[in-house]
Ligand binder design. Structure first.
Ligand code: NDP
Length: 397
């Protein structure tokens, strides 16, 4: 059902309808107009309030910085999703957040499997450190729930394969939480690229990084192999890998090469790499070139798409609220603009998953996509471990 924002301008049809009513009223003026109660057209947002049972009901697992800062507030704008449960190792924090967001069902990691008996949970959103994704995803699938799992989907491609297999065995949906596929500016860039506005795509570059602070708890586990899964490539490089491939539908990666770029002697990087540069050769003949780093200041999130007629640069490209598009070349005088509010991506992502889970239709970012990216990132490590040797692959986008 199409939305109706009260701030929208009235449509031509609405103007005509209300105009006719106003004219009829004017014609009766002068006479004693009889006042009577009568129904009026629906004005406002017909999506809200919704029938609660029609929204998919979500449990959020892991109430850390991303869950509390972005995922949970994002539900406020959702139309097909609502939160019913929190899963946390910190019961007091969970209850505090529950009071703020009207969530009244709570689980810990020890009694997590009891969600199987909870008919108020349809979908589970895993927002735990990466090393815990596979375990909790598989447990949730076995409990009969659909699962959206944060990026990167697992510590390894083998784990990701086990997650995909578990979803098939349970006949439940598994999604990789690649929010960029629901972010209006990136969706718009994809439309321009597939419409041919850039001509033929010739080259993509992707640079993503920030400076990891080992004293900050959400960064600390990212520097540990067991909880982080990998280093900068796993955490921040995955945005470049996934977003670049999002813009190349139907292509294939045929080989991968990479080189570590970790600063020598940096004490942060004893378990995982601090930085890596990579290149994917595509079957179409183009290259995707990228870098990821835990050693850059300020934060970098940049995607560039070079076509035969025009190019797009997005800087920032994959942030929560600031993404923008710069297009130039061909018929396009240089122009920087925003196609939509990036903050919509959080609600759009959970709603997209809810709709797919409810109707059992394909999801825009399925578990298989999470698995694909892990295979590619493992190929990057294999190449970097062999001093940049080319690793042949054949991976469909
Ligand atoms: P945080 O460290 O802030 O939160 C992780 C939470 O997981 C903790 O607060 C805790 O929640 C729970 N947890 C359970 N066991 C452990 C453990 N052994 N060590 C640490 N935490 C544990 O991490 P983030 O919120 O930054 O990241 C969580 C996930 O979200 C990751 O997969 C990350 O890659 C992803 N992410 C995605 C982003 C995106 O844009 N899509 C952005 C940022 C992160 P509790 O106390 O409730 O048990």
């Amino acid at each position: 059902m199409a939305g109706f924002d009260p701030q929208d301008k009235p449509t031509r049809r609405q103007v005509l309808t209300y105009g006719a009513a106003a004219a009829a009223l004017a014609a009766t003026s002068g006479k004693a107009a009889a006042q009577r109660a009568e129904g009026q057209p629906l004005i406002g947002n017909p999506q809200l309030p919704d029938v609660p049972g029609e929204r998919m009901r979500w449990a959020i697992v892991g109430l850390g910085s991303f869950a509390v800062g972005q995922v949970i507030p994002g539900f406020a704008d959702a139309r097909h999703s609502r939160m019913t449960a929190f899963v946390s190792g910190n019961a007091a924090k969970a209850r505090d957040l529950g009071a703020r967001y009207e969530v009244d069902r709570f689980y810990g990691y020890d009694n997590f499997d009891r969600i199987a008996d909870d008919d108020q949970i349809d979908c589970v959103y895993i927002v735990l450190p990466v090393g815990l994704h596979a375990e909790y995803t598989i447990r949730a699938l076995k409990a009969g729930k659909h699962v959206l799992c944060e990026k990167p989907m697992a510590s390894s491609a083998a784990e990701a394969q086990a997650m995909v297999d578990a979803a098939r065995a349970a006949n439940r949906q598994l999604g990789a939480a690649y929010r960029v596929h629901f972010e209006p500016n990136n969706v718009h860039a994809l439309e321009r690229i597939t419409n041919g506005d850039l001509g033929v795509m010739r080259y993509i570059s992707a640079d993503h990084g920030f400076s990891a602070n080992p004293d900050y708890p959400p960064h600390k586990w990212r520097l540990e192999k067991e909880l982080g899964g990998g280093g900068s490539m796993w955490d921040i490089g995955v945005y470049g890998v996934n977003t670049s491939l999002m813009m190349l539908p139907g292509d294939r990666v045929v080989s991968v090469s990479a080189a570590y770029a970790t600063p020598a002697g940096d004490p942060r990087f004893t378990e995982v790499e601090g930085a890596i540069d990579y290149r994917f050769r595509m079957a179409s003949g183009i290259n995707v070139q990228g870098s990821s780093s835990y050693c850059w200041n300020p934060y970098v999130s940049r995607q560039r798409y070079f076509g035969s007629k025009a190019s797009i640069e997005m800087q920032p490209a994959t942030t929560y609220g600031d993404n923008q598009i710069m297009i130039e070349g061909g018929e396009h005088p240089p122009r920087t603009y925003r196609a939509g509010d990036p903050m919509q991506q959080f609600a759009a992502q959970v709603d997209g998953f809810s709709l797919a889970a409810r109707a059992n239709t394909p999801h825009r970012t399925p578990g298989e996509m999470g698995l694909r990216d892990l295979k590619l990132m493992e190929a990057c490590y294999a190449s970097a471990d062999a001093d940049g040797a080319v690793v042949k692959v054949d991976i469909a986008v």
